[in-house]
Write a protein that binds this ligand. Structure first.
Ligand code: FRU
Length: 505
């Protein structure tokens, strides 16, 4: 049954999304039809296609009572919009259907597991948001909320666990049934990731902790994901209230990848801890196991602190990252844009061994919907250059720069002149591994975003830009003697074609 609240959201999206200006809509990154989105939810395979849901408030370009928006794809690049999937229309989720995940059931139905939020006024006048885990089951378009909801409540929490911060279940299946992890705030006020088991996906039991924060990496851990990768076990979490640690983690809402080995109780023994993305705009990543065995991650390409600094004339706020293939190399998480993106490349424009000193422009190298790779190395192996700089999304007024200094091994991305008329964070620095001053920078630009992949995915850094699309100049500059190779493709997405023509791999 489609509730009145859900019908209203669907109608609103249908009626008003055509008015969103083309300039605001990314060419191939997922957004809502209109309004606000945050976390990816339910990123999963269903009936041979990839579904993605997301935290959605269609009515205004700011966060509000959370619905689940819905899209699907066959190749992670071209997405088909589906009707809004969930609205906060039940007593146990009346204040929001928060983040969660999805899985295909053996009987062909799709199960959504999400956090239901119910706010209650306290005696002292404050509001408390009680969070429980809930289920909805459907056919890939319409979902019925389970009559036994909520399926996990305060009664299922370990001693000291808070039911104010108990959210974001991620479900998966093993031979012995369904498993799920969810974030929770234990009595030390930080975060821990709880593990649950179910035989049928409806009745759940607490099984222990996968990992705990102990106030080391931020506080409450949101949006966990837990999966095997290249012989290791990986836990992704999005901590609130992070403190910076050198250039590894920054303050605010960060993301953390813990790589290790899970014991027989699925408790993760840590071997390496790192940031997931080193840019400004990245949070709440979620992964799926693709049908060909690839582990693919997508994230909200935004940041809670800067997302609120939006012009109120904006009709769309929030977009997802490009889906990324994950692997582990030398104990670290490697991320590469999905290979399907290459199917959308236009003609190749390439230069080799270009010597640099003053700011240099290369014919045909410009654009805002592009896949650009630059290889940088010293022109004279014995003489190290001082810095290399790539200018993007540039005109007389605007630019975003990527600078690399080989002596410190630090990349700095600076969007101070990227168009945000607010006093927000605009610069990020992070260390990279550079051999003899060489570095490879791959930049994916899609209108108002930049995703940078360094050295074949050793580091990824995501940024929203606010730059008018007419600023499309790209130039190269160095202090010292540098040689570069440049390869650029414009990316094309034929609007006229059937969304689901033969683009699948
Ligand atoms: C993370 C988050 C989740 C929550 C959702 C609410 O960005 O805070 O923990 O489920 O957003 O929209």
């Amino acid at each position: 049954m489609v509730s009145e609240k859900l019908r209203k959201a669907r109608d609103f999206e249908d009626q008003y999304s055509p008015f969103v200006p083309e300039e605001e809509r990314p060419a191939f990154h997922v957004t809502g039809g209109i309004g606000w989105i945050n976390d990816p939810n339910g990123f999963s395979v269903y009936k041979g296609e990839y579904h993605l849901f997301f935290q959605y408030h269609p009515y205004r370009p700011i966060w509000g009572p959370m619905h689940w928006g819905h899209v699907k794809t066959r190749d992670f690049i071209r997405w088909e919009r589906l009707p809004v999937a969930l609205a906060p229309d039940q007593p146990y989720d009346k204040d929001g259907c928060f983040s969660g995940s999805a899985i295909e059931l053996e009987d062909g139905r799709q199960l959504l597991m999400y956090t239901g939020v119910r706010a209650e006024r306290q005696e002292d006048g404050t509001l408390k948001n009680y969070q429980t885990q809930c289920i909805a089951i459907g056919d890939g378009i319409n979902y019925e909320k389970y009559e036994g909801n909520p399926v996990l409540t305060a009664a299922d929490l370990p001693k000291g666990g808070s039911d104010i911060d108990f959210r974001d279940p991620k479900i998966w299946k093993e031979e012995d049934g369904f498993w799920a992890v969810a974030g929770n705030r234990p009595s030390d006020g930080s975060g821990s990731i709880l593990l649950f088991h179910s035989e049928d996906g409806l009745h759940w039991q607490y099984k222990g902790r996968v990992a705990s924060c102990h106030c080391q990496y931020g506080k409450m851990w949101e949006c966990p994901d837990f999966f095997p990768l290249d012989g290791m076990d990986v836990l992704l979490v999005s901590p609130q209230e992070m403190m910076p640690t050198g250039l590894e983690f920054h303050a605010g809402n960060g993301t953390v990848c813990i790589i290790g080995k899970a014991n027989e109780k699925k408790h993760l023994i840590r071997e390496n801890v790192q940031a997931i993305d080193y840019g400004i705009d990245f949070y709440a990543p979620q992964t799926l196991l693709a049908q060909d065995g690839r582990r693919i991650m997508i994230a909200w390409m935004q940041n809670w602190d800067t997302a609120r600094s939006q012009l109120m004339t904006t009709r769309l706020v929030g977009q997802m990252t490009v889906p990324r293939e994950l692997s582990i190399r030398d104990g670290r998480l490697i991320q590469q844009p999905v290979r399907e993106l290459e199917n959308y490349r236009g003609p190749r424009i390439a230069y080799r061994n270009v010597p640099l000193s003053t700011e240099t422009h290369l014919m045909g190298i410009r654009g805002r919907i592009i896949d650009l790779t630059v290889n940088v190395r010293p022109a004279n192996g014995n003489l190290m250059y001082r810095w290399f700089k790539l200018h993007l999304a540039k005109d007389g007024e605007y630019e975003t720069t990527i600078r690399f200094k080989p002596d410190s091994g630090i990349v700095r991305v600076d969007r101070t002149r990227g168009g945000f008329p607010f006093d927000i964070v605009n610069m990020r620095e992070f260390p990279v591994y550079s051999k003899n001053g060489s570095i490879k920078l791959r930049c994916i630009l899609d209108k108002k975003s930049l995703e940078l992949f360094v050295n074949d995915g050793e580091q990824a850094a995501s940024f929203v830009l606010h730059t008018p699309l007419s600023a499309d100049v790209i130039s190269f500059e160095a202090d010292g003697e540098v040689l570069i190779d440049v390869e650029k493709y414009d990316l094309f997405f034929d609007a006229g074609e059937d969304e689901f023509s033969d683009t699948a791999q």
